[in-house]
Design a protein around this ligand. Structure first.
Ligand code: GLN
Length: 466
């Protein structure tokens, strides 16, 4: 079997999947998005800026799941992470579905429609009409298309943008591995920003080894991203010895009201396995400011969204609504009403409110203080333990119907409870599947968190839990 043959069968599978019930792919890559012949290797899949395609809405464009970019935006350059993967011979299969600009936790709100969880993509309740458009389990968000593409076997790996949990929550819901690297380990150049200080190019794959292969290809300094690490990190690799003798912290604050019994069970089974089978020391630790992370994130995220979304005014970037040019104000209003959904509009309004001179101290400054306290919690804990083991999401994947009934702020504040503090602290984390929930048969997962740049240690422990 030649690499070309492998690729054409993968492309054929993806072609069949576009518009299928999973709704994982938005568009497929063209020949000009493939690596040079000398580098051609295995199949893969990515969803960032890629230059060189002249049809909006197809593989070369970056729609960000929003009408504002779907119609007339074509990136003029390709993301560093993707260039590096292509240089290593990866095949680009296509672009995957997401919530608009990465805002969401369900992959339910985007231009391209909701993604179905491949584990239970058929109707989830026999008491509801089988053709009901809301009768399925979600893949999780915001990068649900990437997770569904990997979990269904269409791609061996996929990229995701993780600002508050967007790679790890879909990985947990879809039963695959999600790796969020240390902030700055992988260049953000070409990743459309949500919260510049928190965004991480993250990886989804079937195994910890595959995820680390992709990380090794992408990591390292980039002159186009000043927040990227100045030195090329050692490639992530490990042997069993790296996990031997580790001290593992079990953070009390990650057990929260609303967490399902099955999530608590899988977490405690993972801890028991580490203690009894691997002989590691596991001890309770406390990260007291974790419950405040959602509030701090909400303020910081809205403030950056208000600034990042300002460029989509319909003049420089974004959707231009015809006959809206009576005044600058009516032009902006019409373009943003048509281009932004209510989630984006409410975050822009809230962000501008938090940043008003009279409110800045009460909201933005407070949030920055909490951000610092959260970082300090992790620093302190990592003086006494090597790694943390905790849940990744508070439940297994909910049904689409239940998920969309809650308002977006509530969804984000419950779904991202176990992930957002890790972004605020800029730390590496791997989510991996640990079993299936009794009754629903949906995947359950745990999360391993480590100190900055300790990806090899995190991967070693995650691999021992696989
Ligand atoms: N759910 C969070 C939000 O909506 C996180 C999103 C992300 O990680 N991209 O902001």
């Amino acid at each position: 079997i030649t690499p070309d043959l492998l690729r054409s069968s993968a492309v054929a599978a993806c072609r069949r999947s576009v518009g299928s019930s999973l709704n994982a792919f938005v568009s497929l890559a063209e020949p000009q998005h493939q690596p040079p012949v000398a580098n051609r290797g295995q199949g893969s899949l990515y969803n960032f800026c890629t230059a060189g395609c002249d049809t909006p809405g197809l593989a070369g464009s970056a729609t960000c799941g929003s009408p504002t970019l779907a119609e007339n935006f074509l990136p003029s350059y390709t993301a560093t992470s993707i260039i590096r993967l292509l240089d290593e011979g990866a095949w680009l299969l296509g672009k995957t579905n997401l919530d608009p600009f990465g805002m969401g936790s369900g992959c339910s709100d985007g231009l391209h429609g909701p993604v179905r969880n491949p584990w239970r993509s058929s109707p989830c309740s026999s008491s509801v009409a089988p053709d009901s458009a809301t009768n399925f389990y979600i893949a999780g968000g915001s990068s649900g298309g990437s997770a569904a593409a990997v979990a269904s076997g269409l791609a061996v790996g996929a990229l995701a943008s993780d600002t508050g949990g967007s790679s790890r929550i879909p990985a947990a819901f879809c039963g695959i591995v999600g790796l969020k690297p240390t902030y700055g380990r992988v260049s953000r150049h070409g990743l459309v920003p949500l919260v510049n200080a928190l965004d991480c190019v993250s990886i989804m794959a079937n195994t910890v080894t595959d995820a680390c292969l992709l990380l090794n290809a992408m990591q390292g300094p980039d002159e186009n991203d000043s927040t990227c690490c100045p030195e090329r990190p050692e490639p992530v690799g490990w042997s069993d010895e790296l996990a031997a003798g580790l001290k593992i912290g079990v953070p009390a604050e990650f057990s929260t009201p609303g967490m399902s019994a099955s999530v608590l069970d899988t977490w405690s089974s993972a801890v028991t396995h580490l203690e009894s089978d691997l002989g590691l020391t596991c001890l309770p630790v406390s990260l007291p400011h974790t419950p405040l992370s959602i509030k701090a994130y909400s303020v910081l995220c809205c403030a950056e969204v208000a600034s990042n979304m300002a460029r989509y005014d319909g003049i420089e970037f974004g959707l231009r609504v015809r006959d809206s040019e009576n005044s600058v104000e009516s032009l902006y209003t019409a373009n943003r009403l048509a281009g932004f959904n209510s989630v984006i509009r409410s975050r822009v309004l809230a962000g501008n409110y938090f940043l008003l001179r009279r409110n800045y101290k009460a909201y933005y400054e407070q949030a920055r203080k909490v951000w610092r306290l959260i970082k300090e919690d992790f620093d302190r804990v990592f003086q006494s333990v090597d790694l943390l083991v905790c849940p990744a999401a508070i439940t297994a994947a909910p049904t689409y119907r239940d998920f969309v009934q809650a308002d977006n702020r509530y969804r984000t504040s419950t779904m991202d409870l176990c992930t957002q503090s890790v972004n605020l602290a800029g730390l590496p984390s791997i989510v991996l599947p640990t079993g299936l929930e009794e009754g629903t048969g949906l995947p359950l997962a745990v999360q391993v968190i480590g100190p900055a740049m300790a990806e090899a240690r995190v991967a070693a422990l995650a691999a021992s839990l696989e």
